[in-house]
Structures are given as C-alpha cells and as structure tokens.
Design a protein around this ligand. Structure first.
Ligand SMILES: *Cc1c(COP(=O)(O)O)cnc(C)c1O
Length: 438
C-alpha cells in the first residue's frame, strides 16, 4: 500500500519508507492511499471476537500488503496483551479504560507496534545491502508519550531513542518511566515547554546536515505505525457495546492533544465502524475548538494545565483531519464537535464524579467526561476514552478528592530506578551538536 503526504508535494511511498522516515519531505504527514471498508457481516460477528482477533483484522487492512501475515499477527498479539475494559460510569456514559498496558498509557500499543515494525524494516534494509545503520528515534513528550515509547523500544537492537521532555513540567512518576531505563533509551531534559521540545524534533528532521549524518525518525503520532494501531481501540469498544446490546447512536469523546487518537477513530469510521459522531475534548489549549467555531485555524503557544499530555498549541494531526474530510469545514463540524475544559472544571468534575459514582477520573479523562455530561443527547450512548491512570497524577488527584490514590504495582517498579538525564537548552544548534557528537 502506498502512503501520500498531506501536502502532496512529494510522491507517494511505501509503508517501509513511511515508517522509517516518519515525516514527509514536504513537511506533510503520511496517509494511507486506501482505507478498506469491512462488510456488515464483520460488525455482526464482532462481539464474538477477542481484542487481539479484532485488532489483527484491522491491522491486516492497513499493513497486510506490506508485512507477512504471521509476523503481523505476532506483532499485534505482542502489542495487545492487555484488555481495555468498558466501565459504566453513569446511565449511557462509559469509560473506555485504555491504561492497562505496560506503562499504563494508551500510547503503549502504538509505541510497541511501531518499535516492532521499525525493527523489521531496518533489518530488511540492512540485509538488502544498503549500509547498515542504526536508527535514532526522536520523541518529544509532555509525559505519556515518552514513557510508552521508551518502554516499547527498550532493548530493541539497532534503534536508539532520545526522549525530549520539558524540565519540571511532567509528573514525577512519568519522568521515572523514561529516565530510569538506560540501555538504548536516552532522556533529554529541555529547558523549555513541550512545544519547544516538539520544535527541536521538527527542526532536526528538516536539518540537511543532520540527516546526512544520522538516520532519524519520529515516534510521535506523526508516524503512521504509531497512530494507526489506535484504531483497534474503537473496534474493540464497539464489540463491547454490542455485547451490552448497544449498536446505534454511539458517540466517542476523545481527550485530545496532538489528535492522533481522534484521527485513528475517524479512520475506524471510514472502515465502516458505525459511530454517529465524535467529541474532541480539550483543556484550555483549544485551537481545535476555535477552528470548529470560526473556520480559522490559529496555532498558539501551549499553556500549562492539569491535563498536561494535552498541552499542545499546534496539534500535528490536525492536517490529517482536514485531509480526511477534504478540507471541508461544514463536514467536519457535522461529525466532530469540540469542548474546552478549564483546570477548575477538571477539578470539579473529578470530585463530583468520584463523590456521586465512585469512579476516579484522571485529569484527561475528566475533560472528556465533562464534555459528555454537557453534550450527550438523550438517545445517545457516550464512550469517553480514559487515557491515563489517575495515580499518574497522584498529588493533584489526592488534593481534589481529599483521599489517597494507590499507585499500581507496575508503576511502583519504575520508581525504584535511578534517574539519568541530560539537560539541554531549547536552541537547536546545541541539540544538533549533541546528536552529532554522541
Ligand atoms: C497523549 C495523550 C493524550 C492525547 O492524545 P493525542 O492522540 O495526542 O490527541 C490524552 N491523554 C493522555 C493521558 C495522553 O497521554
């Protein structure tokens, strides 16, 4: 299958090149040139299938032409060795808990998936006689991406990962998850914001000299191998809804930062998944909401909020959404609505939900839950994606609910390690020198 750039200034390429390169040469994002539609019978039978079985079918639709079936199956089953339960919170509102993976991040699946696919393609390139090179994965993180990518790529030979994160702006637990691993994982503590980290990564990909010296790629949701596997979640949620007898009027509400997760959901719909509409839940970084309201897209510097994984002022996957809808603002607003949640409202929502239902939200899930409370219509069933485990924001949540939050064993393990990181400024020249001299 070929992948085209959303800017359409470079020729379509194959999956191998899209995964290895990440970003297209014209600065666009890659999109699959075809999206296959499942027959109705697939959706009639879906509730009898396991998460792994469903995901394998979806994975074949995207990657089946480019990866041998047995290997693809192995990768899917390896990346998805946990459940994403659908938990009722209120009448007609369900939490889709995506945080049961190895680092308790929904990004675990995409990260592991991409690590395995990249490793496969690099080995293939090296075998075919092109000079044998290591790949350097650059990833900017506001918290969860770094941990998921670091863990997904840990110990994979031939690939070195650099995690760039804003100093003092990720939670202690999140920081432990990518600074304590060692091996092929290097943590770079940047004196700046998440947007500065993302800008450094982008500048690195566009720097000619750097790209001649090093093979660089990204593991942000820019990469097709990172964001497409997130479509699995939506199919699996639908299977779980059908098991409860629900199959119509389904609304997904997605806490959004770079909009990779939401874009994957839109892909699932294009594959025939019967979803009525989406709500994109933002924190105060709401350029997408402003776009929906006005038709104008104005990237802004990000502001810091309690839902820090969504502190994004220029969401990279916005161009993919435009592309999917042929840049038609009307069509987009018919299918997706927006929502912006302040820090005060996040706190109130976490507290009220905990007190009235016993369900503990994290700050990201709280934005989405709050959006559903306001926007879900009487006949609809709302599913919000609960993207992080509340204990990752232990202090914040404990202050809000005046109660203690247990840290799961899996997370405690990370906190035992020793923090190793290198501090860097936000200017590109120093970062470039660092990479070249390593
Ligand atoms: C990454 C992340 C998000 C945002 O996901 P996007 O795909 O970037 O929109 C939301 N919540 C949490 C906890 C995250 O880690």
């Amino acid at each position: 299958m070929h992948y085209y750039s959303t800017n359409k200034q470079t020729p379509p390429i194959d999956l191998q090149e899209a995964v290895v390169k990440g970003l297209a040469g014209d600065n666009g994002l890659y999109m699959p040139e075809r999206i296959s539609v499942f027959p109705d019978s697939f959706f009639e039978e879906i509730q009898k299938m396991t998460f792994q079985e469903i995901s394998f079918e979806v994975a074949k639709a995207f990657f089946g032409e480019d990866v041998e079936t047995d290997l693809l199956k192995e990768i899917v089953y390896d990346a998805l060795n946990f459940e994403t339960p659908l938990v009722p919170v209120l009448d007609s509102i369900y939490s889709l808990e995506l945080f049961h993976g190895p680092t308790l991040a929904f990004k675990d699946v995409g990260a592991r998936f991409m690590a395995r696919l990249l490793q496969y393609f690099i080995k293939k390139e090296n075998k075919s006689g092109k000079d044998s090179r290591n790949v350097n994965v650059l990833v900017a993180t506001s918290g969860d991406t770094g941990s998921a990518v670091a863990n997904g790529f840990l110990g994979i030979d031939g690939i070195h990962v650099y995690v760039l994160y804003p100093k003092g702006k990720v939670s202690a637990i999140q920081e432990c998850q990518f600074t304590t691993l060692g091996q092929n994982i290097t943590a770079l503590e940047i004196n700046g914001t998440f947007d500065d980290c993302q800008a450094l990564v982008k500048a690195a990909f566009l720097d000619k000299e750097l790209n001649e010296k090093l093979l660089l790629t990204s593991a942000n949701s820019i990469n097709v191998a990172r964001f497409l596997p997130q479509a699995f979640y939506y199919f699996n949620a639908y299977a779980q809804l059908r098991r409860k007898g629900i199959k119509n009027e389904i609304v997904f509400c997605v806490p959004s930062g770079n909009f990779g997760n939401l874009t994957a959901g839109l892909m699932a719909c294009q594959m025939g998944l019967p979803i009525k509409r989406f709500i994109a839940a933002n924190n105060k970084n709401d350029v997408f909401l402003q776009y929906l309201l006005t038709g104008f897209y104005n990237a802004k510097p990000s502001v810091q909020t309690l839902a820090n994984a969504m502190d994004v002022g220029n969401p990279s996957n916005f161009v993919r959404i435009l592309d999917l809808f042929g840049h038609n603002h009307d069509t987009i607003t018919q299918f997706i609505s927006g929502f912006s949640c302040s820090d005060e409202s996040i706190c109130e929502t976490v507290k009220a939900c905990y007190q009235s239902t016993g369900y503990l939200l994290d700050p990201h899930g709280a934005c989405a839950y709050s959006a559903l409370l306001e926007k879900l219509q009487a006949n609809e069933t709302g599913v919000f994606l609960e993207t992080a485990h509340p204990s990752k924001f232990k202090e914040t949540i404990e202050t809000i609910i005046s109660d203690t939050v247990e840290i799961p064993q899996k997370l405690q393990e990370f906190m035992k390690g020793k923090k190793q990181s290198t501090e860097l400024g936000k200017d590109f020249s120093a970062f470039k020198r660092y990479l070249i001299t390593r």
